[in-house]
Design a binder for this molecule. Structure first.
Ligand code: G3D
Ligand code: MG
Length: 247
């Protein structure tokens, strides 16, 4: 049996972070854009076959380039099922503004809609130390989940090369379908012994992370662990002996 869904997704984030480029990259050229003059935004629709029996239409709303009054933006958010919030990894201010955009989305959508946090322009990363790192992006996502009680994914993209662009929209769709109970939660499960899974979950909890973080971003857990254990570590053995090692 085929089921169909229609979702309104808003693209938000500071000007010039790449919202329009991301949308164009995902939809390809030649799609029909409808311009909403009153709000200063446009929207376009793309249909995707999510799996064998689920078809999804995503209506992607994109804010215009010029700065708009907050008052006008309210109408932009009405009825949104989810939001894709972008920052530019080469622009720290755009990263710091992500929280403001998410707060505005949740306020005007009037419910805790799921989001995908996207660090765009990774093709420019190179070795520039001041650019926003993957860890900073993951940490931001974690804080947003905690503060707003929403479901969120994190991704890094290049609208220029197309890297990870499809994943952002499929990830958003998966969150929305999960919310409706149309699909089971899909956490990528590495094949791993259940005892190790339990151990890793315990480690995450001890570090104050969500217990599933090791599945989603093991490198992040490792970084937090290294940071936490910096220096000497004392461990008491099973027979009362003392071990000391340096991390
Ligand atoms: P916006 O819709 O968020 O305002 P745009 O942003 O999509 O208009 O993009 C702003 C500028 O950033 C554009 O440059 C665009 O080409 C560039 N851009 C968008 N995404 C990427 C990316 O992933 N990598 C790189 N290198 N550039 C990107 P111009 O010069 O056309 O204004
Ligand atoms: Mg734009």
């Amino acid at each position: 049996m085929q089921r169909s869904f229609l979702f309104k997704i808003v693209l938000i984030g500071d000007g010039a972070v790449g919202k329009t480029s991301l949308r164009k990259r995902w939809m390809g050229e030649g799609f029909e854009v409808n311009y909403m003059f009153t709000i200063g935004c446009d929207f376009a629709i793309k249909e995707l076959q999510f799996n064998d029996n689920i078809r999804v239409k995503l209506q992607i709303w994109d804010l215009g380039g010029q700065p708009h009054f907050k008052e006008v933006r309210k109408a932009f958010y009405v009825g949104a099922s989810g939001g894709i919030v972008l920052y530019d990894i080469t622009n720290r201010e755009s990263f710091e503004n992500v929280r403001m955009w998410v707060a505005e989305l949740i306020k005007h959508a009037k419910k805790k809609v799921p989001i995908v946090v996207v660090g765009n322009k990774i093709d420019l990363r190179g070795n520039k130390a001041n650019y926003i790192s993957t860890l900073e992006g993951l940490e931001l996502k974690r804080r947003l989940v905690e503060e707003f009680g929403i479901k969120a994914l994190f991704s890094e993209t290049s609208a220029k090369t197309g890297e990870n662009v499809d994943k952002v929209f499929r990830g958003m769709t998966a969150l929305l379908l999960q919310e409706l109970g149309a699909i089971k939660p899909v956490v990528p499960e590495p094949t791993i012994d259940e005892r190790y899974a339990r151990l890793l979950s315990e480690i995450c909890k001890l570090l104050g992370l969500e217990e599933e973080t090791w599945k989603e971003s093991p490198e992040y857990v490792l970084q937090v662990l290294k940071h936490t254990l910096k220096g000497k570590v004392h461990v008491e053995g099973a027979h009362g002996e003392n071990f000391e090692f340096t991390v």
